[in-house]
Design a protein around this ligand. Structure first.
Ligand code: ACO
Length: 318
């Protein structure tokens, strides 16, 4: 039977580190408040980088051992592209010379990487691709209101990439994914308003708006259930999992998920202190940094959750 495995990973973050102390110089907040409520100490924000340049650099690292012509599919999960058209994925395709690939973006916010991975893995499973590159790439520093202390402290910019490939022994064990559009208004990033022959709207810059407590309740409720369902589908006992790599939204969410699942918090990888919440990029960035802890055959759980609202969990073997 045809199977799929993770072949390699890559990441890229902007050079500039924006610390909590620095943010405290221009809005009314403090390092202590931010660390206590979120676990975030600093985040990277772009100076001269773009969504495409971050995604391209992450991709180049992930594909350094293969010929780009071997890539059949490129999917980028992003809600902060440089342009709506061409897609980030098509721009990356051009940058890396993957001329045999088809390339497109998907919009699933902080679950974007898991959603894109599911599509890519199914494409390999059904024989329409042999190698698929999945990238999460975001520049949230352009969509947060830097005068809103409730949101601007949370986010950072960056990109992570994973190359999946066909293999004899399947290492992608199961997924659980879901969406709940009824809760969509708890986390909103508006796009350009309609202005046409019939409808006239004022244009003003749009920023992330969030009901933080509702998002928190959603995450701590849905993520443990989703991980449990994915483990059941994979027929893997939770005790067999060597590492949980969750979307790096908030330390308190990760701790609550660990507690809810009855798992030692030390099995949950965390790097949000360095990068903040990089939305669709956070899971592949975390996986890239976590891989030093993994041995061949280790079972892992990846999980994303966020805007939509959306969520997804994946059980895999390293
Ligand atoms: N510094 C100092 N004070 C602040 C700050 C800040 N940066 N932000 C808010 N406050 C104040 C508020 O003004 C408020 O003051 P008040 O009581 O005088 O009105 C007080 O702190 C409490 O504000 P809340 O917004 O209720 O703060 P809360 O305790 O809910 O913490 C947080 C906010 C950290 C965002 C929390 O709601 C949370 O963890 N939410 C989870 C959602 C999340 O992480 N979203 C990330 C994006 S979504 C995703 O990736 C899935």
């Amino acid at each position: 039977m045809r199977g799929v495995k993770i072949l390699s990973t890559g990441m890229c973050v902007p050079k500039y580190k924006l610390t909590n102390e620095k943010i405290s110089t221009f809005i009314d907040t403090s390092d202590e408040w931010i660390v206590q409520r979120t676990g975030i100490r600093e985040r990277r924000i772009v100076t001269d980088e773009t969504t495409v340049s971050l995604a391209t650099n992450a991709a180049k690292e992930a594909i350094k051992d293969i010929d780009p012509l071997e890539i059949d599919l490129i999917i980028v999960g992003t809600v902060s592209p440089d342009q709506m058209m061409p897609s980030t994925a098509c721009s990356v395709q051009a940058e890396i010379g993957a001329t045999n690939a088809i390339a497109f973006d998907i919009s699933a916010a902080c679950s974007g990487f898991i959603y894109a991975s599911k599509i890519a893995i199914e494409a390999i499973n059904c024989g329409s691709a042999k190698k698929a590159l999945v990238i999460g790439a975001e520049i949230f520093s352009k969509v947060v209101d830097w005068n809103d202390r409730g949101t601007c402290i949370l986010f950072g910019d960056g990109s992570g990439a994973v190359l999946y490939g066909e293999t004899d022994e399947n290492k992608i064990l199961a997924f659980d994914v879901g969406s709940d559009g009824n809760l969509g208004q708890t986390l909103v990033l508006e796009n350009q308003p309609i202005n046409n022959l019939f409808v006239k709207n004022e244009y003003s810059p749009s920023f992330i708006k969030m009901d933080g407590r509702a998002v928190y309740r959603f995450a701590v409720n849905v993520v443990p259930k989703s991980i449990t369902k994915a483990l059941e589908k994979a027929q893997v006992n939770i005790d067999e999992i060597k590492l949980f790599v969750l979307h790096q939204a908030n330390e308190r969410i990760i701790s609550s998920v660990a507690k809810n699942l009855g798992v030692d918090i030390n099995l949950f990888f965390k790097n949000l202190d360095k990068y903040g919440n990089t939305s669709g990029a956070s899971v592949p960035i975390a996986l890239h940094e976590a891989k030093g802890k993994l041995k061949n055959g280790d079972k892992i759980v990846l999980a994303g959750f966020g805007g939509g609202l959306t969520w997804g969990s994946m059980v895999a073997q390293w």
